[in-house]
Design a protein around this ligand. Structure first.
Ligand code: 13P
Length: 242
């Protein structure tokens, strides 16, 4: 899977241009493996254009609120996201974990809420630079995956995003990505997580994507900055076939 995470970027005008460029540049065969995650306010428009132009991309939201109850000012539920046209939702991105102190119990509620609504989850995990330097990467990943305890059979895409590689231009070493992905695969088995795909994220662009995707244990990419340019995103995705 190739996931374009726009984060807090974009506009209606940009969305129209982006999708028009996708139509021009992205190989037809590859489109069904792409998920566009724009800010929530553009999901409905994205869904309409994708359907109208038969583009074949899926849509994901970048976050979901837990189904605490309906009295949650500013809250967006999984069923609302489905209503707008989302099929997927990102849960546990490090930017939200860090900026909003998202705890394991909150993330668990979000996973449950997403699943009840019929959304497929893209669950993000990854260690910070401090944790990596302290030799705690494995421990951190294992703890983050423990959110799945008692949530068996929940189908998930897991995205490994080392926090120190996000938006820094520092892609993790290929051997390091391999080691971490193999560890995650082992842990998902132990924890009975129904893993449908394991993606890497962190400063990926068209210069680094091919080598990362050559690893058997990498099944996709979660792309931030480089996904804002439709031509660059298409180049990354098209490279798997060329
Ligand atoms: P960048 O590709 O901009 O480093 O962002 C990665 C990311 O956080 C995607 O979710």
């Amino acid at each position: 899977m190739f996931i374009a995470n726009w984060k807090m970027n974009g506009s209606e005008a940009m969305l129209k241009i982006w999708l028009a460029e996708i139509k021009e540049n992205l190989n037809q065969d590859a489109r069904s493996s792409c998920i566009l995650c724009p800010p929530v306010c553009f999901i409905s428009q994205a869904s309409k254009i994708i359907q109208r132009d038969d583009l074949g991309l899926a849509i994901g939201a970048q976050d979901v609120d837990p189904e605490i109850h309906s009295a949650l000012t500013g809250g967006i539920s999984g069923s609302m996201l489905k209503d707008l046209g989302s099929e997927y939702v990102i849960v546990g991105h490090s930017e939200r974990r860090v900026n909003f102190n998202e705890s394991s119990s909150l993330l668990k509620s979000k996973l449950e809420a997403a699943t009840i609504s019929g959304l497929k989850v893209i669950f993000c995990i990854g260690e910070s630079l401090e944790e990596k330097e302290a030799g705690k990467s494995f421990e951190v990943l294992e703890n983050q995956l423990k959110v799945y305890n008692s949530l068996t059979n929940l189908e998930s895409i897991i995205a490994y995003e080392p926090v120190w590689a996000i938006g820094t231009g520092k892609v993790a070493e290929i051997s390091y990505i391999s080691e971490m992905h193999n560890f995650i695969i082992e842990k998902t088995k132990e924890l009975n997580i129904n893993l449908i795909s394991l993606a890497y994220g962190g400063s990926v662009n068209s210069s680094s994507s091919k080598e990362i995707l050559s690893l058997e244990e990498v099944n996709g990419l979660l792309i931030g900055g480089a996904s804002l340019e439709a031509k660059e995103f298409s180049k990354i995705v098209n490279s798997i076939e060329n």
